[in-house]
Design a protein around this ligand. Structure first.
Ligand SMILES: [Zn+2]
Length: 97
């Protein structure tokens, strides 16, 4: 889980904490449907558990991770940088008449 970049198409090995971005995802209590656990298992774990995911430097620039209730951890593209970081666009139609 933490041994490689969370981007399955990259899968860069996790080497240093300083590189990339670490995500702590708190999972809700309860077992998601589809996951089978033996009924006799003692409930020793706390109701919530935190899972760690890591994105390498390159992936952390363009991707982020979100926890989807149904799909689990999903890789989503980061929103584009704010307009101030980009060359001004729009409102270029000036009337010269
Ligand atoms: Zn990566």
């Amino acid at each position: 889980m933490l041994s490689h970049c969370a981007n399955s198409e990259c899968a860069r090995p996790f080497l240093r904490l300083r590189q990339g971005k670490l995500f702590l995802v708190e999972k809700e209590c309860g077992v998601p449907s589809g996951e089978s656990t033996p009924p006799c298992l003692p409930q020793k774990q706390p109701p919530r558990r935190v899972e760690r995911y890591w994105l390498c430097d390159e992936c952390a620039k363009v991707w982020t991770l979100v926890h989807d209730r149904h799909q689990g951890i999903v890789l989503v593209p980061l929103p584009p940088p704010p307009a101030s970081a980009r060359p001004a666009m729009g409102h270029v139609c000036r009337e010269t008449a």
